[in-house]
Design a protein around this ligand. Structure first.
Ligand code: FAD
Length: 470
């Protein structure tokens, strides 16, 4: 491919965010230069979503085998071959990788450069000995694991999501610092794969989610044998033997330490100051159109201040393409952003939680609709009855939904559409849900809003009257 130092668009980073912009822009006719210093596909493919879901699939399979007796199936002892599980993870990555590959993007018409880039001024960057003066730049440099400043941690051989998916041997006892979604997913995965797991969280686990729903995840982790220690601060890490020391003096020994204490946006080492791009510890500052302070430069994905999910980056890519290529002043709007934690039970959220709605609106204006999975026939058939659907309604419109239970990440999608399209409750009550599905719980939750009116004495009186007619 010919080298072009003045492309229409120069994108830094070929993770979920950069690739989404590059694919769209190239197919819409822009001349795109895509720069990646590491692996194509970034974190989601190589050390994030894909390997974490692949290890969870293996862990859930082990759990299903261990608990198959309740269906009358005898499996005998379940043996986990950790190296084979890791091979499964790498196979999944390798199967998906061509979609994110250099070859595919070159095929779409992008020029791909595999080297670190760095801004040298407000309108140019340097990469592989070239100076690139693009019409517009897009920063999609992602984030890295946040390493908390705990005395002793840096002297200890700790793991992060960047290293745990290539461990050749199962950790005998995994000590996890951090009980957010990543810490909880990896705690359950390793417990179900036969490791001892201790998870330490300085507050409650998964603090951004509905606390009632989180309790189902907590109970499930405990049932899997995870030692969940909440509201506890790790104040020191000892190296030999490896141990976490908590503020209350507890000493927790283990074979491996996994740091899952949040994300740090990548803002250093590639000349953001030279480019006059403003950033804080929370990430690159962008406006609703994803423009940085330097209007030639846009930023999206984990590197900017905002929600850090692959699908958030995908949504932002659409906003950037509209702004940059179509000159439509589209803006991001996160009011219907869903997210899912893939533990068993899964926990999915979209829009406001109950607590957020109660803080925002007066109690008289909100209605909480719910349906428990133990009253769902499919859940009964599969023995997966833990959890509920909870819907938050404000003045007749859905403003949020929380689902904890089987396939919550799939079942939540009805509510994402309902919030995005501002569907009324009566519109939601009219759709026909196939029987028996977990998603029927959505319809039953909506139906509960109408039960009182439909089966009221007034309706009964009206029906009796109408039945007298010939
Ligand atoms: C364990 C784990 C599980 C997760 N699970 C989910 C999930 O289930 N669902 C979900 O939606 N999200 C999940 N996430 C979050 C998701 O992975 C991120 O939101 C997403 O990967 C961010 O994409 P990005 O393109 O912004 O960043 P990245 O994927 O990090 O890509 C940034 C790229 O930029 C490159 N780069 C950086 N600096 C330069 C430079 N100067 N020059 C050239 N290249 C550079 C990097 O090498 C990197 O490849 C998970 C994250 C983790 C850690």
């Amino acid at each position: 491919m010919n080298q072009n130092n003045t492309p229409d668009l120069c994108i830094l980073g070929a993770g979920a965010a950069g690739l989404s912009v590059a694919a769209g822009a190239a197919q819409m006719g822009a001349r795109v230069l895509l720069i990646e210093k590491g692996e194509m596909g970034g974190e989601c493919l190589n050390s994030g979503c894909v390997p974490s879901k692949a290890i969870l699939a293996a862990a859930h399979a082990a759990h299903t085998a261990r608990t198959a007796q309740r269906f009358g199936i005898a499996t005998g002892d379940v043996h986990v071959d950790y190296a084979a599980v890791q091979a499964h993870i790498q196979r999944v990555i390798a199967t998906i990788a061509p979609v994110d590959s250099q070859e595919r993007f070159e095929g779409l018409g992008c020029e791909v450069v595999r080297a670190p880039a760095r801004f040298i001024s407000a309108d140019a960057l340097e990469v592989a000995g070239r100076t690139i003066a693009a019409k517009r730049f897009v920063i999609a440099t992602g984030s890295e694991p946040f390493i908390p400043p705990i005395p002793g941690l840096n002297d200890a051989p700790f793991l992060t999501n960047e290293t745990i998916f290539t461990l050749p041997v199962a950790p005998a006892h995994l000590l996890i610092i951090g009980g957010g979604p990543i810490g909880c997913e990896l705690a359950q995965a390793h417990a179900r794969l036969g490791c001892s797991v201790t998870l330490v969280e300085r507050g409650p686990i998964m603090p951004r989610d509905d606390s009632e729903a989180v309790d189902f995840v907590r109970q499930s982790l405990l049932a899997d044998g995870v030692n969940v220690i909440e509201n506890a601060q790790v104040v020191q890490v000892e190296h030999n033997p490896l141990a976490l020391i908590l503020a209350d003096g507890q000493r927790l020994e283990g074979s491996h330490v996994l740091v899952a204490a949040g994300r740090a946006p990548r803002t250093q080492g590639y000349g953001l100051d030279a480019a006059a791009v403003v950033y804080t510890q929370a990430g690159i500052q962008v406006d609703a159109r994803l423009r940085t302070r330097n209007k030639r430069i846009y930023a999206l994905g984990d590197c900017r201040d905002g929600p850090r999910f692959t699908h958030a980056a995908g949504a932002e890519a659409g906003i950037i393409l509209q702004n940059l290529l179509l000159r439509v002043p589209a803006k991001v709007n996160w009011h219907a952003l869903p997210w899912v934690t893939f533990t068993e039970p899964e926990l999915a959220q979209v829009g406001l939680t109950q607590a957020q709605a109660e803080a925002k609106f007066s109690p008289a204006q909100i209605q909480i609709l719910r349906w428990p999975f133990h009253e769902n026939d499919r859940a009964q058939a599969e023995g997966r009855t833990q959890g509920f659907v909870k819907v938050i309604v404000h003045k007749g419109r859905v403003v949020g939904a929380t689902i904890v239970g089987p396939c919550a990440g799939e079942v939540i999608q009805t509510w994402t559409l309902a919030i995005t399209q501002r569907l009324s409750l009566s519109a939601l009550a009219r759709f026909i849900a196939p029987y028996p599905t977990f998603a029927e719980a959505n319809k039953r939750a909506v139906g509960s809003a109408f039960t009182k009116t439909l089966f009221s004495p007034r309706v009964k009186a009206l029906v009796r009257l109408l039945l007298r007619l010939p």
